[in-house]
Design a protein around this ligand. Structure first.
Ligand code: CMC
Length: 380
């Protein structure tokens, strides 16, 4: 006998406050404004652990030992190359389509190309997950280069995940400070509880569909401006503002038009997003050797929106200036979010798969009932 909720229970619009499952991967503590990965507060990890270590932590529940990290890095290095015939398919797509649409399509292509795609063994899903986590930076860099009429570059073994991305995008090895900044960004965005895209991935996995279908759906979910595309929208907002003097008029205009400030507000955190302060520090340090203007505008906007509406910044706000300072085109920003989140999505897909039950909530029907069929010839 099922103890399922009855349709008469009150609807929680947007599933606000609903606990939809359990996970040991990460905890988003809205009251304390903390983000925990497998027991570690992100404040403890950022700047100390690399994305390689954190992705291992998310997958396996423990930080790797030296030899485990060496083996994990070897696997990521080995997986990062994208087959030339897959890249040929990317070249045939309309390259100025949104980069998230291209990435979504390419994950699907890689799924079609993988003879093991339908293999349901956990170890097989794990292998696919490691490979795709590694390959995503290669795909996104290739999309970035093709959009600028440049030839995609293969990854360089021995470079870190973050350094490899910057190398493949810009065609030269980054100075350590830039690779470290992107590495911290990847660490901070690697996972975040049952956010919309992760929940999407888990829902698809819940039907026992394949790994690639779950990731493809997650990318589609992250693409939305209320979720991952807020980083791109935040940069466009900074560009629209243009100068520090224009911050206040912009805020007044946005309030008058009842529009949203991108990179502000959060469903779960009742105070500051714990990732935002780290991203702000990194953006500030990159700004001092770069165009300070974007950081100055951001800080002024943060204060002005707080004074006007008491809204906290979220992860996407300072991600915008940080990614811009790394020379990443604005159009690629959400795909950068996907590069980071690939480890989290994968860990959640594996966790869901290992202890699955179909995710199938109820809905409250608000339409009419009891209508009688009217033949086509009699309908008005
Ligand atoms: N700018 C202006 N008003 C806002 C904002 C904002 N950024 N965020 C919330 N509000 C207001 C909203 O207008 C509403 O006011 P009212 O009740 O008067 O209409 C109230 O706050 C509650 O908004 P809501 O949409 O019901 O809240 P939510 O919990 O469903 O939304 C959110 C959360 C993140 C979608 C929302 O804050 C938002 O739209 N922010 C801008 C987009 C953004 O930055 N998204 C990134 C989210 S964090 C990273 C991620 O998950 O990807």
């Amino acid at each position: 006998m099922s103890n399922a909720q009855q349709p008469t229970d009150p609807v929680k619009k947007g599933l606000e406050g609903v606990v939809a499952g359990s996970t040991a991967i990460s905890d988003v503590d809205g009251q304390q404004c903390q983000l925990i990965y497998r027991g570690y507060n992100i404040d403890e990890l950022v700047g100390k652990a690399s994305y390689e270590e954190v992705s291992y932590l998310l997958f396996y529940g423990k930080l790797p030992t030296r030899s485990q990290l060496a083996e994990w890095t070897r696997q990521l290095d080995g997986g990062r190359t994208v087959d030339p015939h897959v890249l040929d398919i990317l070249k045939q797509l309309p390259i100025h389509a949104p980069s998230m649409a291209l990435l979504r399509t390419m994950v699907s292509v890689i799924g079609c190309d993988d003879p093991q795609a339908e293999d349901e063994a956990l170890e097989s899903i794990q292998k696919k997950a490691i490979r795709l986590t590694a390959q995503t930076v290669t795909l996104v860099a290739a999309i970035g280069r093709l959009r600028e009429n440049n030839t995609p570059l293969p990854p360089k073994p021995g470079l870190s995940h973050a350094a490899n991305f910057l190398y493949m995008l810009h065609g030269e090895e980054p100075v350590p400070v830039l690779a470290k900044a992107l590495d911290a960004y990847f660490v901070l965005l690697a996972d975040h509880g049952f956010n919309a895209s992760t929940f999407t991935a888990r829902t698809v996995t819940g039907t026992k569909s394949d790994y690639y279908s779950a990731v493809t759906a997650a990318i589609g979910s992250l693409k939305g401006p209320l979720h991952g595309a807020a980083n791109r929208k935040a940069m466009e907002m900074l560009e629209e503002i243009g100068t520090p003097e224009q911050v206040e008029p912009y805020v007044q205009r946005t309030l008058a038009d009842h529009k949203r400030f991108m990179g502000f507000g959060h469903r779960v955190y009742k105070g500051a997003d714990p990732r935002a302060k780290h991203l702000k520090d990194i953006a500030k340090s990159l700004g001092t050797t770069n165009e300070t203007k974007w950081f100055v505008i951001s800080e002024k906007l943060q204060d002005a929106v707080w004074n006007a509406k008491q809204l906290y910044i979220n992860v996407d706000f300072y991600s915008a200036s940080l990614l811009h300072y790394l020379g990443i085109p604005t159009e690629l920003f959400t795909a950068m979010f996907a590069c980071a989140r690939m480890a989290g999505w994968s860990a959640h897909i594996l966790e869901q798969w290992a202890d699955n039950r179909l995710i199938r909530p109820l809905s409250q029907y608000t339409g009419p009932r009891g209508l009688k069929f009217v033949p086509l010839s009699e309908r008005t």
